[in-house]
Ligand binder design. Structure first.
Ligand code: ZN
Length: 227
């Protein structure tokens, strides 16, 4: 009996210590300021749900019905954002690399922490999910900033202007279709395009690249994952 009690005590203390650490790590990103809000357009484009989850957490409704409904959307946001951040990572975003690795670890620990806390403390569970939304918003900011940097590579010609080549661009990751006639279509970064073609004016035609279709479009149109 006492061994069980000691085990439970150690488990409880470990979970509490973990919760304090991951909460502190999440709070650390509060101090980061971006020069503009890059997260909102990314959230719209990817149909991210973290803002809705944040609202639901603030509501006073019974927590029992919310538990599973709120965690799954955050996990789905996490998958979409980590894919996009990696896809549009570029040399200009180097300083964020270590911080992003830490925050990815933090998110995973918050997930575990949420699973443990939901049985113990509804308040701590709400706070943990709130921290997860903070991490996701930060990821959306970084992804948005990277996308902005990649779009700035182009000199965009006014619609209808003669002479400027039509360039297919992915609406999500801003990769462009490499105009390699006769071979399989290839999508390359805007930086690679500029290195090959210089900074010529282009007319952009928006589409979806196959990678983003697989990672971002397919999962949202798939039937809900019932566990
Ligand atoms: Zn894409």
């Amino acid at each position: 009996m006492s061994a069980v009690f000691i085990s439970l005590f150690i488990l409880g203390a470990s979970v509490a210590a973990l919760a304090v650490w991951v909460h502190a790590a999440g709070q650390a990103i509060d101090g980061v300021r971006f020069e503009q809000d890059y997260s909102a357009p990314v959230a719209r484009a990817l149909q991210l749900q973290y803002a809705g989850v944040r609202q639901a957490l603030l509501s006073e409704g019974p927590i029992s019905g919310m538990k599973r409904k709120l965690l799954a959307p955050l996990e789905s946001d996490y998958r979409a954002l980590t894919y996009l951040m990696q896809r549009v990572s570029c040399s200009r975003s180097g300083p964020y690399a270590n911080k992003l690795r830490l925050l990815r670890l933090d998110f995973q620990l918050l997930r575990l922490s949420a699973a443990a806390l939901r049985l113990v403390s509804p308040q701590a569970w709400r706070a943990t999910l709130g921290d997860m939304t903070q991490v996701l918003e930060y990821f959306a900011q970084v992804a948005g900033q990277r996308l902005q940097a990649s779009a700035n590579v182009f000199a965009v010609a006014p619609v209808g202007s003669a002479g400027a080549p039509l360039l297919g661009i992915c609406s999500y990751c801003h990769y462009v279709r490499s105009p390699a006639a006769g071979s399989a279509e290839r999508w390359i970064t805007s930086d690679s395009y500029r290195q090959r073609n210089g900074t010529t004016e282009v007319v952009l035609s928006h589409g979806i690249c196959p990678d983003c279709f697989d990672h971002l479009v397919k999962p949202t149109s798939a039937p809900p994952d019932i566990r």
